[in-house]
Write a protein that binds this ligand. Structure first.
Ligand SMILES: NC(=O)c1ccc[n+]([C@@H]2O[C@H](COP(=O)([O-])OP(=O)(O)OC[C@H]3O[C@@H](n4cnc5c(N)ncnc54)[C@H](O)[C@@H]3O)[C@@H](O)[C@H]2O)c1
Length: 386
């Protein structure tokens, strides 16, 4: 990937590029870059990240893979009708949506696909390299925002699609971020290859609602020496994610991450389960209810209940943009391996790091500071090399 004397541009290759999250990412990036909306929800737009050398939103170029062929502008239209995107914004950024749409390549494996795993990896990697080459990108980050897959089938089973894409990212020399609970780089075949690739990677499963609250409340109970007896949760959601999570095997993959934060912050796994119900009428809007039974002084029994009503893609999209910028900068600084400092963003973080949100935020800000220091030369807004 060549750097030119014009501003270096960074690719964001979205696996699941026609989904709700991906469409909101492309629309939102263009809208914020054009000054149509403030960057609400983007942590990298806060002062702690000002001098970290992150790529500008206007320097991001989007492409990706999907197994569907619904055009991106059409997808944005239906997200507007569902109230996920504000009226008028998709029309205002129609050119950017059309440009990203032209860069989406057929994903896989699709039913009846006769290509071997090696052929699929090669084809995916070629698509990413071709994208980077044609746009003269300085680098590209591969971001998994595809439908959640069922939990791992164990040794000997075919590689899940998310792992084929993770291997393709490594093959194309790109950092990789897994915003989903799917196996991706966690598969032993990919983990082995990641280790000697010299590339950074991050994941998994974006922490946007129920688990975000758990990462705040878990430490609170522990620090106040209150004894949590049971922690139960229910999620109602629709959209493509709701439909995918109606499969109990996919829901199991998601729930494992939600429970990990409690084990890590409380030091024990309390009684209680997490349920996910597909309610198509809710579309992208999620209601997450948590019921926490705890004991106070002298065993006095008490209850905390929380209800989170969020728009999933609007919560996820700014984090995906943050992660693309941070991972691209980490790659530029020649960091490699699991980026544990990005645990702030994930339910089931890779690498070492704390589990409570406050400590995760501190680690993230420290990481942002370290990115400032002595990075390889960059070209500034006016085209000067620094
Ligand atoms: N708040 C959030 O929205 C949030 C939080 C954490 C994680 N996630 C995860 O992000 C992912 C995307 O969510 P969404 O709401 O956009 O879902 P969605 O159903 O709208 O989009 C998923 C897209 O992936 C595509 N896809 C499926 N299999 C593919 C394959 N093999 N190759 C390429 N593309 C493929 C689908 O065609 C679809 O366009 C889900 O896995 C979800 O669990 C979302």
């Amino acid at each position: 990937m060549s750097a030119s004397l014009s501003r270096p541009r960074v690719g964001v290759w979205l696996i699941g590029a026609r989904g709700s999250v991906a469409t909101t990412v492309v629309t939102g990036c263009a809208a914020v870059a054009a000054g149509l909306h403030p960057p609400t929800g983007m942590v990298t737009e806060t002062p702690a990240f000002t001098d970290s050398g992150l790529p500008a939103l206007s320097d991001l170029v989007f492409g990706g893979h999907d197994t569907l062929d619904c055009p991106l502008p059409k997808r944005a239209e239906s997200l507007t009708a569902g109230g996920v995107l504000p009226p008028g914004v998709a029309t205002a950024v129609a050119a950017e949506l059309a440009a990203a749409d032209r860069e989406i390549r057929p994903g896989g494996p699709t039913p009846g696909d006769s290509r071997t795993e090696a052929e699929l990896i090669t084809a995916f990697a070629d698509d990413i390299r071709d994208f980077a080459h044609r746009h003269e990108l300085e680098r590209a980050v591969v971001m998994n925002v595809a439908s959640t897959e069922p939990a791992s089938q164990g040794p000997g089973a075919p590689l899940p699609a998310s792992t084929l894409y993770a291997l393709a990212a490594l093959r194309a020399g790109c950092p990789y971020v897994n915003f989903t609970p799917s196996e991706g780089m966690h598969h032993p075949d990919a983990a082995r290859e990641a280790e000697w690739s010299g590339l950074p990677h991050a994941g998994r499963d974006g922490k946007t609602g129920q688990t975000l609250l758990r990462a705040v409340l878990g430490p609170m109970f522990a620090q106040r020496a209150l004894s949590v007896r049971a922690w139960s949760g229910t999620n109602l959601l629709g959209g493509g994610d709701g439909a995918a999570l109606a499969d109990p095997a996919a829901a199991a993959a998601k729930n494992a991450g939600k429970e990990r934060v409690l084990a890590d912050t409380l030091g024990t796994v309390p009684e209680g389960e997490v349920h996910i119900d597909d309610v198509p009428a809710l579309g992208d809007w999620k209601t997450a209810w948590d019921h926490i039974a705890f004991d106070g002084f002298l065993g006095t029994r008490m209850i905390l209940q929380t209800i989170w009503q969020g728009c999933d893609s609007a919560l996820a999209a700014p984090l995906v943009l943050d992660l693309a910028r941070l991972t691209a900068r980490a790659h530029e600084r020649e960091l490699s391996g699991p980026l544990g400092a990005l645990g702030f963003y994930f339910k089931d973080p890779v690498g070492e790091g704390p589990s409570g949100l406050a400590e995760q935020y501190e680690a993230l800000v420290g990481f942002a500071r370290s990115l400032r220091e002595a990075g390889p030369a960059r070209v500034d807004e006016s085209g000067d090399v620094r």
